[in-house]
Design a protein around this ligand. Sequence first.
Ligand code: GDP
Length: 433
Amino acid sequence: NGIVAIVGRPNVGKSTIFNRFIGERLSIVEDTPGVTRDRIYGKGDWLTKDFRVIDTGGIQLLDQPFQEEIKAQVEIAMEEADVIVFVVSGKEGITNDDEYIANMLKRQTKPVVLAVNKIDDSSKIENIYEFYNLGLGDPHAVSGVHGIGIGDVLDEVIGLFPTKKREDYEGYIKFACIGRPNVGKSSIVNAILNEERVIVSDIEGTTRDAIDTPFTKDGEDYVIIDTAGIRKRGKVYENIEKYSVLRAMSAIERCDVVLFVIDGEKGILEQDKHVAGYAHEAGKPIIIVYNKWDTVEKDDKTMNKVKEKIRDEFIYLSYAPIVFVSAKTKQRIHDLLPMIHDVYRFSQLRIATNVLNEVIMDAQMMTPAPAINGKRCKILYSTQVSVAPPTFVLSVNDPELLHFSYKRYLENRLREAFGFDGSPIRIIARAKG
Ligand code: GDP
């Protein structure tokens, strides 16, 4: 389970190789409206190993000279990845830009795999030898377009992943603040760590990830997972949206609970929707944290108005509790940990099969599924197949007949019966076997 980043000058075929690495897999959940698919981050697997891939070429700096851009790419790769794949083109041979990148890569510590792309047939194989001159070890011949040699590169990549796994803090509730730059994520993290009298733990025998902070409060163990901007400041790429989305995605994957932070001073912006959409699709419990509440001029109706607006803008997050805080005045900061604790518990909730069936059957009796072309979906049996997110499989006469609106109706009944506050729920229909 490691992270591989792809670097290289423009037009060598980074995105083609990226697509080969992640394969043509389909997302298990529906796309959330309003969320653009950034093709810079994906999941792949090879020889029973899962890994994540970053195409650093997708994170472009506008109006920056090539040198700045490539520097940012390599820095991102060094920060985020375990192994770097350096892509060059066997068609053009070594260029000055390739040499520039090679020199940067030699001055850092992450292992590098050299992939010579555009070797589309065996007659071109000699073209790879000159790349020994880059001083980065054996060049691998690949053709991204034809899918040749990709497996060899992945073999080497996987062999270079660190054997020591990242500390996964079992038994800890891992949470991350995500959101646009400057919404106040690090201020909230600092407010929690400094004001809440938490005890920052040192876990013995683990290589503690310097970017995560484990701590204990009221007998419960938590870890704050770092996201964009909290760790390093002042990098040229820090405020690029795609980069902050990338950092957010990797934090979302690693955490149990997402604090989705909105800047109350600026209100809701289009960019906010991207990160929120990822958290939702990842199936993570979400708390909407409306920060900088101190800056909002308000009367007794303001909070409800803002709540309505949030519900309108994030229709798919209807299950997420909303809290109005100020990292500056510390207003309601002390509500955050109890909320995190609660939504985490709900995401882990397991419902006994007999109780679940009673609720679903009652719901069906009260309101049967609407008929589609004269046929009705009939639920025969339900089971909860997993937690985080709670996932329910319904055995039905015909899965095609389970209409979206009826699914939502069932979800609402489940929430009335069991809560599941803050947690997404998945409902899957299967034909009775
Ligand atoms: P991040 O990029 O999301 O981590 O944001 P920061 O925590 O660095 O905050 C960005 C700016 O907003 C800083 O100038 C903070 O002092 C300011 N800020 C953060 N939280 C609050 C708040 O609750 N109220 C006010 N008035 N300012 C805040």
